[in-house]
Ligand binder design. Sequence first.
Ligand code: ADP
Ligand code: MG
Length: 376
Amino acid sequence: MSDPSAAARARLSNFWRRALVGLFLVGLFGALALRNREADDAADHSDAQQHLLYDEIYALGTLISFTVWVDDPAQRAAAGAAVDAIERQLHDFDRQWSPWGDGLLGQFNQALARGEAAALPAALRDLATRSFALSATSGGRFDPRIGNLVKLWGFADPPYPSSPPQASAIDQQLDALRRAPTGYDGAEHWGPAPGVAWDFGAIGKGEALRQASEALSGHGFSAHIINAGGNLVTSGARGDRPWRVGVRDPRASNQTTYFAALETAGKEAVVTSGDYERYFEFQGRRYHHILDPATGLPPAELRSVTVLGADAAAADAASTALFVAGQRWPEVAAAMGATQVLVVDASGALAVTAALQPRLRLQPGLTARRVELPSP
Ligand code: ADP
Ligand code: MG
C-alpha cells in the first residue's frame, strides 16, 4: 500500500505545504477583510479557523487529511499530537497489511507461495474473518484472495503497465482461485492454495480509517473528518454545523471537482471505488485496478460507486463489490446491506438509492435515477 519515496517526499514537503496554506489563508482573509460586504463572512470563518486543526500525512498509498474541530482553541496542539500518534499506527498498517512486503500479510503470502498451509498471525484474523464474510455476501465479487491477479495486471505497485496480461496467464489465475478454499473462519492456518495471495486493498483503507477515527475519539477529539483521497470517515460535527463532503466527478482531471455533496450525521463513512484511481489505456480502452474475480478483467459498466454507511470497512468492501457487479449493483447492495449508494455508469448517468436520495445535493443541471433496492 505504501510508496516509501512518496512518503519521504510528503514528509519533506509537509512543512512547506502547511506554511503555504497558512500564508494563502492569511492572504485570502486579509483581502476579504478589505471588502466591507464580505467582512462579516471572513470574521465568521476566521473564528471557525480557531477551532479547527488541519493536518496532512502520507499513508495507505495516499495523502490523508485530518480536520479536527476543538471546542477550546487551546486544544489544537493536543489534537496535532493525537494525529501524529495515529500516523504511526497507519504506517504500521501499511507495513503489516501489504501483500508483498515483509510484514505479517507479506509473510503469510510467502508461505502460501511455497505451497504450504500458511499460519495467519493473530493480529490479522479479525480483518480476515470480516473480509471473507463480506466476500460471501457479495457473491465473491469482493474477493480478498485476489492478490496474484492484481499483481499479474501490474497494479500491485507503480509504475502501472501499458498493456493487459496474456489471456492464458489470466486463465491460470482464475484456475488457482477456483481450486483454493473460499472461506476463512478465524482458524490458525489457511490453505494450501497454490498460486493464490491475499490482498486487503479493497477493505484495508476503510478498516484503517475506522480505527483511526476511533483512536482520535479515544484521545478526546470526537469531532473530525479523516479523508484518504476521497474515502473518508466523519465523526461528530463542525461546531454547530454538520460536516459537508463532496463526491468527486470520475471524469474530472483534478481531485476537487465534485458533482455531488452531502452532509454527514455523526459517525459515517463515505467510500468510493472508481475506474480513475489507477488505470492505463490500451487500444482505446481503459483498464483499471478493480478486477472481476469471475472473469479476471476490469469491469467496464460503471465509472464509480459511492457507498455511505456507519462502518467504513463494510462500506469499502461494498463499494468494490458493487463496482464489480456493474448494472446488477442493486441486488448486491441489498445482499450486503449497503442501502445508501450513488452510482455513475459508463455513460455518465447517475443513479441513487431511495435511502440516500434525500441527503444528496447534486450540481445544478444533474439528475439521478432513483433506485429502490430489492429485498435481499
Ligand atoms: P481504492 O483502494 O482505489 O479506493 P478499492 O477499495 O475498490 O479502491 O480497492 C481496489 C484495490 O483492491 C485494488 O488495488 C486491489 O488491490 C484490490 N482489488 C481489486 N479488485 C478486487 C476485488 N474484486 N475484490 C477484492 N479486492 C480487489
Ligand atoms: Mg473498496
